[in-house]
Design a protein around this ligand. Structure first.
Ligand SMILES: Nc1ncnc2c1ncn2[C@@H]1O[C@H](COP(=O)(O)OP(=O)(O)OP(=O)(O)O)[C@@H](O)[C@H]1O
Length: 240
């Protein structure tokens, strides 16, 4: 007989503050607790303890209020396969209280930005991973949320789509793009270096370091960010 598995502590002590007009990256190895942290932030699972607030709204006390202020791209992209990309996006806008006209207009605008226009009227069943990602991203942004939470947003995107996404995120956090607050998780070092204003390194369910890429390099006396990451995320473990 297999021994009974004990409780899993996916997240023990992760903490960060993400300002407006800023891109914050949660960087960590596989299984570090990034997705679980973002799922808690998005009100998808309830934490046993701790506190999370979005624009001052406590996620535990008022999950609906907090969620309305967020655009969330979760790990489970969760598209409706029988609906077209446009219907998926517009339906979500309607759930967020938008009029049909406003949601339609926004879907068309986001499709242009994400190079999704030619796919808008196809059922999402059969979409490639990257196409699914773009549709899910448009859906997350449809209500023009002030805060954007993305779990591994470049997963499955090709190089041009990744570039386009990077540009979109930079624009969204700029004053012209509305000065959004963007938090995203990744385990890709280059993505952090190219995209983030600050980084939170998560390892074994805990925040082990935070700061700008330059600050993390300085704190580890490294010149290569991958080396700095390994030193911070795997302290005492020999680098392969
Ligand atoms: N429902 C669950 N049941 C059991 N273990 C879980 C569950 N959810 C998460 N875990 C475990 O908690 C840890 C953190 O998982 P999480 O998905 O948050 O990691 P992650 O940092 O997003 O990893 P990755 O980069 O691989 O996506 C992992 O060891 C995972 O196996």
């Amino acid at each position: 007989m297999r021994p009974a598995a004990g409780p899993v502590h996916a997240v023990v002590d992760v903490s960060f503050t993400a300002p407006d007009g800023h891109i914050l990256g949660l960087l960590g190895p596989n299984g570090a607790g990034k997705t679980t942290s973002l799922r808690m932030l998005a009100g998808l699972i309830e934490p046993d303890g701790g506190r999370m607030a979005v624009d001052g709204i406590d996620v535990k006390r008022d999950p609906r209020g907090a969620i309305a202020r967020m655009g969330v791209l979760s790990d489970a992209r969760g598209l409706y396969p029988r609906l077209t990309a446009r219907e998926n996006i517009v339906y979500f806008g309607r759930l967020q209280g938008m009029t049909r006209d406003a949601a339609e207009a926004r879907a068309a605008e986001l499709a242009r930005v994400l190079d999704l226009t030619r796919l808008l009227d196809r059922r999402t069943d059969g979409f490639s991973q990257g196409e699914r990602m773009k549709t899910a991203l448009a859906r997350a942004l449809v209500h023009d949320p002030a805060n954007i939470v993305l779990d591994e947003p470049t997963n499955g995107l090709d190089v041009m789509a990744t570039r386009a996404l990077r540009e979109t995120l930079h624009h969204l956090c700029s004053p012209e793009g509305g000065g959004k607050c963007i938090v995203f998780s990744t385990h890709i070092m280059q993505e952090v270096e190219r995209l983030c204003d600050s980084v939170v390194i998560v390892s074994h369910g805990r925040t082990v370091a935070s700061g700008t890429v330059d600050e993390l390099l300085a704190s580890t006396l490294e010149t290569d960010f991958e080396e700095a990451f390994v030193a911070l995320a795997y302290p005492g473990e020999a680098a392969p």
